[in-house]
Each structure stands twice: as C-alpha cells, then as structure tokens.
Design a binder for this molecule. Structure first.
Ligand code: ZN
Ligand code: FE
Ligand code: FE
Length: 177
C-alpha cells in the first residue's frame, strides 16, 4: 500500500498528473459501463443456458448500479460525470457480437458468450483495481470505498461465469460430447 506523506513543492506536479490520469480513467470506465448496459441484453437474448441468462440478467442490474456509483465517485472528487470512449470495451463488445453471429445457438454459443463476458470482467477488474489504488494514493477515501465495492462485484461476476463454464465442461464429459 502506498503511503501519503507531505509533498514538497517539486512533487505537486506529480500528484496533479496522477489526479488527471485518475479522472481520465474514470471517464473511460463510465463510458464502458454505459456501453455494457446496451450490450448485455444482446448477450442475454442469445444465451441458452438458464444459469447463464440468470447471471447476465443480474449483472445487467449490477452494471446499472456501477454507473450510479461512478457518478458518486465523480462528485466525491469534485468532478462532473462525463464519458470518454473506451476503445478496449468497444473492441470487446464488437468481438462478442462476432462470436454470437458465428456460433450455433446452444452450448457453443454460450461458451463464446462466457468467454466474451469474462474478457470484459477482467478489463473491469484491472481498471477498478487500479482506480481504487489511485484514489487511495490521492487520499480520496470515499472514492476508494466506492470503487472497492464495484471491484468486488466485478470479481463476483467473474467467479459465477467460471462456475457456469466449468459446469459445461462437466456436462460435456457426462454426455460424451
Ligand atoms: Zn461494472
Ligand atoms: Fe478503456
Ligand atoms: Fe461487469
């Protein structure tokens, strides 16, 4: 964990730089979460397994809460909520759409949807983990706590997706497919 100490004048520029990076990355994930609220319903529509549909449906609701929580993060650091296109999430969503188009409906498409969804979760886990640490470094305690909450929920979604993916592998073994 980084420790905050009194800064010398020569170091203030560094803190300013980190703060700018923090706010910029907040805008990136704010855009990403909004894009995901539009993308997840398509994944739900294309999924077959009840467990997967259920997990994605719940995560859609959680994702909407992430947007609200990010708005609280912006205001806690005295910034206006604003989105900035996240090229990474835009790319992952485009890949998810391609996977859904090119696979046959059923277990294989479900496996592809899980793959795409887990790529998204891992991106979010990396982003929220870093943002949480930046917030802590900047002494933004409220933002730190809010970002930690979202980080935990993204990790939870990732674990659930892994459990579903593993149940497919088991089923495959049982049916000999
Ligand atoms: Zn999220
Ligand atoms: Fe991004
Ligand atoms: Fe997520």
């Amino acid at each position: 964990q980084f420790k905050i100490r009194k800064m010398h004048n020569s170091e203030k520029g560094v803190a300013h730089g980190l703060r700018a990076l923090f706010v910029n990355e907040l805008k990136d994930i704010y855009w990403a979460e909004q894009a995901l609220v539009k993308a997840i319903p398509k994944m739900i529509k294309h999924a077959s397994a009840v467990e997967l549909i259920d997990t994605l449906t719940k995560h859609l609701e959680v994702t909407k809460e992430h947007i609200t929580r990010l708005e609280a993060v912006f205001s806690s650091v005295g910034e206006k909520p604003e989105g900035k296109k996240c090229e990474a999430i835009a790319g992952l969503i485009a890949e998810a759409e391609e996977i859904m188009e090119k696979t046959e409906s059923g277990m294989v498409r479900d496996a592809g949807i899980i793959l795409a969804a887990q790529k998204v979760e891992h991106y979010e886990i990396a982003t929220y983990g870093t943002l949480r640490t930046f917030a802590r470094t900047l002494g933004e305690l409220k933002a730190t706590a809010l970002l930690q909450e979202t980080l935990d929920e993204e990790k939870e979604a990732d674990v659930k997706l892994t459990v579903i993916a593993e149940s497919f592998v088991n089923e495959e073994a049982v049916t000999g497919g």
